[in-house]
Design a binder for this molecule. Structure first.
Ligand SMILES: Nc1ncnc2c1ncn2[C@@H]1O[C@H](COP(=O)(O)OP(=O)(O)OP(=O)(O)O)[C@@H](O)[C@H]1O
Length: 447
């Protein structure tokens, strides 16, 4: 069995123990030590780390198996392991944040199915690599979400569609509503902290930067600890000031923008105008765009104030038609094909009628009025479906034959000119109808 050493900077963390392939030995062995650095490998007597999942700002995450659970349940072991140069105060703060993740997960992880469960939190003291000294490490064990985080998904599959981001938005807003209702702010929402399990369920991860709101009743929210992700954190968090539920909503909106556009958060913000410039990268329903823009306002008090508020606006304005009850679904009377072929028929027929009437009557006003009248009747008959499909072809075929074979119906006009006129009539009506349809659709989307 492969066992991964969790000591930071271990030169050869991969260890192979053939005897652990035997499940009885694995369950009964007292301890195993890293063959290179001597670090104990079975943590808290039960967790066997097998792989490195990744390293974050304040620690590393390992995939592990719990040898005390039948079936050796998979879990994630997170180790507090700050990288870089930290002052003692910053280190203390980082450790507090790590412990806070454990506290928060213990409080809410088991209550909400989209937040990983907490299994254990414990320190381990081991002999240091420097002789005569000891090192202390903190470990947090949580539910393993077998899937991909949204940052990885974006890299692998490309930009999300509007429907896909709408789903992410609704799901994470629901988790945030639950979290905020318990006076907890996440404060580090970004694509890499949202995980999609193989069955499609979304999870909100990494509660390491959470801030418990201590004085919510007085209207004051938690003060910032300065732990955030550049590009996703709103001005109040960057300035180290008070943070609010709308701080998480801002980061969620930035997350959605990066998923929609495939651009880095920092590339979407124009520091010169101090504004988010994202609409040129992607077109979405203007209502969704307005909701996102309101979540992204610089002033915290001008944004939506709660996840619930956003959810309500979303459900009033953006319920996907597939989720509407069947009876309320607006059924279009005509498919685009029917509409355009009807328009082509009207143009064709209109041109033939006009040619015939202008040949029969001298003063132009009479043929003009009668042509418009007949054309109006034909269009009305189409809207009522009195004439459709083959009847359109039959009517236009008969009219065309009449005009073609009765020269008095096309006085002074040759066959070729008749054909040119009817084709022009066709194209013109199709073009006008297409433009009207487009304008109608745009107005429908806006209002
Ligand atoms: N519960 C979990 N189940 C599955 N994978 C997880 C879980 N928690 C974390 N991971 C994965 O482990 C990796 C490291 O996570 P970690 O939270 O330590 O850092 P991060 O989120 O990448 O960075 P930072 O802490 O700076 O935000 C990430 O790829 C993350 O997707």
């Amino acid at each position: 069995m492969e066992v991964y050493c969790t000591r930071p900077h271990c030169p050869r963390p991969q260890n192979h123990f053939a005897d652990l392939d035997d499940i009885t030995t694995l369950k009964t062995t007292q301890q195993k030590f890293c063959l290179t650095c001597g670090m104990p490998l079975i943590l808290d007597g039960r967790y066997v780390t097998i792989n490195l999942l990744g390293r974050g700002g304040f620690g590393a995450a390992f995939l592990a198996r719990d040898r005390r659970i039948p079936g050796m349940r998979s879990c994630v072991v997170k180790q507090f392991q700050p990288a870089g140069d930290f002052t003692p105060t910053q280190l203390q703060l980082a450790q507090q944040l790590f412990e806070r993740e454990a506290e928060v997960l213990a409080q809410i992880g088991n209550e909400h199915e989209q937040i990983p469960d907490l299994f254990a939190f414990f320190p381990v003291t081991v002999p240091s690599l420097q002789l005569g000294q000891e090192d202390q490490f903190f470990y947090l064990v949580q539910e393993y979400i077998d899937g991909q985080n949204l940052e990885e998904e974006l890299i692998q599959k490309g930009r999300f569609s509007e429907q896909q981001v709408l789903h992410v938005l609704q799901e994470i807003l629901n988790v945030l509503k639950f979290v905020h209702d318990r006076n907890i702010l996440h404060r580090d929402i970004k694509p890499s902290n949202i995980m999609r399990r193989r069955d499609g369920k979304l999870f909100l991860l990494d509660f390491g930067a959470v801030k418990q709101v201590t004085n919510a009743s007085s209207g004051r929210s938690g003060s910032s600890t300065g732990i955030y992700s550049i590009g996703f954190a709103p001005p109040e968090q960057m300035a180290g000031g008070q943070v609010y539920p709308s701080t998480d909503l801002y980061a969620l909106a930035v997350t959605i923008l990066t998923l929609l556009t495939g651009q880095e958060a920092t590339q979407l913000f124009d520091a010169h105008s101090n504004q988010w410039q994202w609409r040129m990268h992607v077109t979405v329903n203007p209502r969704l765009a307005n909701i996102l823009d309101k979540m992204l306002l610089s002033a915290a008090n001008q944004r939506f104030q709660s996840a619930d508020q956003v959810l309500k606006v979303l459900s009033h304005q953006l319920i996907p038609p597939t989720l509407l009850p069947q009876t309320k679904q607006p059924q279009p009377s005509f498919s685009p094909w029917e509409l355009l072929s009807g328009a082509a028929f009207s143009g064709f027929e209109g041109a033939l009628i006009a040619i015939a009437l202008f040949s029969l009557f001298k003063p132009p006003i009479i043929p003009l009025v009668v042509s418009v009248l007949i054309l109006g009747i034909l269009i009305f008959a189409q809207t009522r479906r009195w004439i459709e499909k083959f009847s359109l072809l039959i009517i236009s075929g008969i009219t065309f034959a009449l005009v073609l074979f009765m020269p008095f119906l096309r006085r002074g006009i040759g066959v070729e000119e008749v054909i040119i006129l009817v084709v022009m009539g066709c194209l013109l009506t199709v073009a006008v109808t297409a433009v009207f349809r487009l304008v109608y659709k745009l107005l429908y989307l806006i209002f």
